[in-house]
Design a binder for this molecule. Structure first.
Ligand SMILES: [Zn+2]
Length: 448
C-alpha cells in the first residue's frame, strides 16, 4: 500500500508540474512569434485612426463590428459570427458650462454617459460625501447644481460619485450635477463614464470637471460666496440600437465542445479613440488566436475570441451571450477578459475553480516568466464576462502594471500614441500561451 501511495503521489506531482514541461518549448515559440508581431499594431491603428471611437449606437460601432468580423474571416478563424444584440443609444450632443457669478469663467467639463439634457443656470452647492448630501436634504439641494468634490481615492471609491451621484442628487431635486473626474485625467481633460438613474428618476445633466476647473469651483465654494453656474447639455437617450458581439474560433481537435474564451469589448466612449479601453483588449486576443493558427497549433479544445458589445453603458453584449449560449455554459472552461489597458502585462486574476484551478493557472503562468508576465492571483474578472461568471463559469481578468491607465481611460487622451508596441505584444504572448495551454492540457481547468 505504501508503495502504491508513493506512486500516486508521484503521479500527482507529475500532473502538477507536467504543464510546464509539456508546453515549455511551444510556449517559447509562441512568445518569440508574439514579440515579433506586426499585424496587431496595424490592426490597432486601423481601428483607432480609421474607425475611431465606437460608442454603442453610433455608426462607428457598426463599422467596427463589420471590420472585426472581416479580420476574423481573413485570418482564417472558424465559425465567425456577429450575433445581434440591442444596445442602448445615448448621444452627447453639444455641451458647455461656465461660472456666471461671482465671476465669469468657462469650465472644462465632459458629460457622463446616460445623462439627460438641459439648460440650467443655478447656484452650486458643494458636498464631499453622500452623507453631506443627505444632510442637506431636499431643502438644501432642490433647484441647485450639486458639486461632488470628494478627495481622489481610487476608481472604485471615487467612481461611486459618478455612478450614483447624479441619481441621488436628482432625487433631492437637483437641476444638474458636476463631479470630480473618476480618474487622474491629464491636463485640461475630464473623465466620462456611465451613470445610472434609478427607475422613475428623470435623467438630469451631469458632467465631470477637469482638475483645473474643479480647483476654481472648489476655491470659490469654499469662500462661502454664492457661486452660480450655467450648464447646457444636449445629451439624450434614444431608442435602443442594433448591435452585435463578434465571435471567431479555432475549433478544438478532440473536445471542440469545450471552450476557452478570450475577449475584450469593442465599444468605447465617444472621446479619444478607445485605444487602451478597449481596442487593445480586442486586438490582443484576436492576434493571439491568429498567431496560434500561423504556428499550426490546434489545441484539443476550442478557443473562442469574443469582442463584446456595450461594456461601457449597459453590458448588453455579455448578457446576450449568456442568454444565447445557455446550454453551452457548462462547457466553458474559462472566460478571460482584457479590459485594463495595454500597459505591460503582469498576469491574470482568476475567480472560480478553487485552489485546483489557481494552481493550474499558476503553473501555466510560469511559462511566461521570460517576459515578466503570467503571475496568477486569486480574484479577478471583467464586466462583460460577469454574466457568465455568475452562472458558474471560471472568469479571469488581465492585470497590468497600471501606471498611467487612469490618466487616459474614458478621456480624450485614450489614443493610439499611448500604446507602447512592445508592451502590447507581450499581451498577445500572454493570452496566446494561456489560451493554448488551457485549451490543450490533459485535465480540464479546475478538475482533477
Ligand atoms: Zn473598458
Amino acid at each position: 500500500m505504501r508503495v502504491l501511495g508513493f506512486i500516486l503521489l508521484l503521479a500527482v506531482m507529475a500532473g502538477a508540474q507536467g504543464v510546464e514541461e509539456v508546453y515549455r518549448e511551444r510556449a517559447r515559440k509562441i512568445i518569440a512569434a508574439a514579440l515579433e508581431n506586426e499585424e496587431g499594431m496595424k490592426k490597432l491603428e486601423y481601428l483607432c485612426d480609421r474607425i475611431g471611437h465606437r460608442l454603442s449606437g453610433s455608426e462607428a460601432f457598426l463599422k467596427a463590428v463589420a471590420w472585426s468580423a472581416q479580420q476574423m474571416i481573413e485570418g482564417g478563424l472558424e465559425k465567425v459570427a456577429t450575433p445581434k444584440v440591442k444596445i442602448p443609444h445615448w448621444e452627447r450632443g453639444q455641451e458647455s458650462a461656465e461660472i456666471v457669478a461671482p465671476v465669469r469663467a468657462p469650465l472644462g467639463i465632459l458629460g457622463l454617459g446616460m445623462t439627460g439634457g438641459g439648460d440650467v443656470t443655478a447656484e452650486v452647492v458643494g458636498v464631499k460625501s453622500f452623507e453631506e448630501l443627505e444632510k442637506l436634504g431636499r431643502a438644501g439641494v432642490e433647484g441647485k447644481i450639486v458639486l461632488f468634490h470628494p478627495p481622489w481615492v481610487s476608481y472604485g471609491v471615487t467612481g461611486a460619485f459618478r455612478r450614483q451621484g447624479p441619481t441621488r442628487a436628482a432625487k433631492l431635486g437637483a437641476k444638474a450635477v458636476l463631479i470630480r473626474s473618476a480618474g487622474i485625467p491629464a491636463a485640461n481633460s475630464a473623465h466620462t463614464g456611465t451613470t445610472m438613474f434609478d427607475a422613475g428618476v428623470t435623467p438630469i445633466p451631469a458632467g465631470a470637471l477637469t482638475e483645473e476647473s474643479l480647483g476654481v469651483l472648489e476655491r470659490l465654494v469654499k469662500k462661502g460666496e454664492r457661486v452660480v453656474v450655467h450648464y447646457r447639455s444636449e445629451a439624450k437617450i434614444l431608442p435602443d440600437a442594433d448591435g452585435a458581439n463578434v465571435i471567431g474560433e479555432i475549433r478544438g481537435s478532440e473536445k471542440p465542445e469545450e471552450v476557452v474564451v478570450i475577449s475584450g469589448h469593442l465599444d468605447s466612449w465617444d472621446v479619444g479613440q478607445g485605444a487602451h479601453d478597449d481596442a487593445s483588449g480586442c486586438i490582443a486576443p484576436l492576434e493571439a488566436l491568429l498567431l496560434l493558427k500561423k504556428l499550426g497549433l490546434r489545441p484539443k479544445r476550442t478557443i473562442r475570441v469574443v469582442f463584446w458589445a456595450n461594456e461601457e453603458n449597459g453590458t448588453r453584449g455579455g448578457l446576450a451571450y449568456r442568454d444565447q449560449n445557455k446550454e453551452q455554459l457548462k462547457n466553458h472552461v474559462i472566460a478571460i477578459e482584457m479590459d485594463g489597458g495595454a500597459e505591460r502585462p503582469l498576469g491574470l486574476g482568476v475567480t472560480g475553480g478553487g485552489e485546483v484551478a489557481l494552481k493550474q493557472m499558476q503553473a501555466i503562468g510560469r511559462l511566461l516568466q521570460p517576459i515578466g508576465a503570467g503571475m496568477v492571483t486569486a480574484g479577478g474578472g471583467g464586466t462583460d464576462i460577469g454574466p457568465i461568471m455568475r452562472e458558474g463559469v471560471i472568469g479571469s481578468g488581465v492585470r497590468t502594471v497600471g501606471k498611467r491607465y487612469m490618466e487616459w481611460h474614458h478621456t480624450a487622451a485614450d489614443t493610439l500614441d499611448k500604446i507602447e508596441p512592445m508592451e502590447f505584444r507581450k499581451h498577445i504572448a500572454q493570452l496566446a500561451v494561456f489560451a493554448y495551454v488551457l485549451a490543450d492540457m490533459e485535465e480540464r481547468l479546475g478538475r482533477k
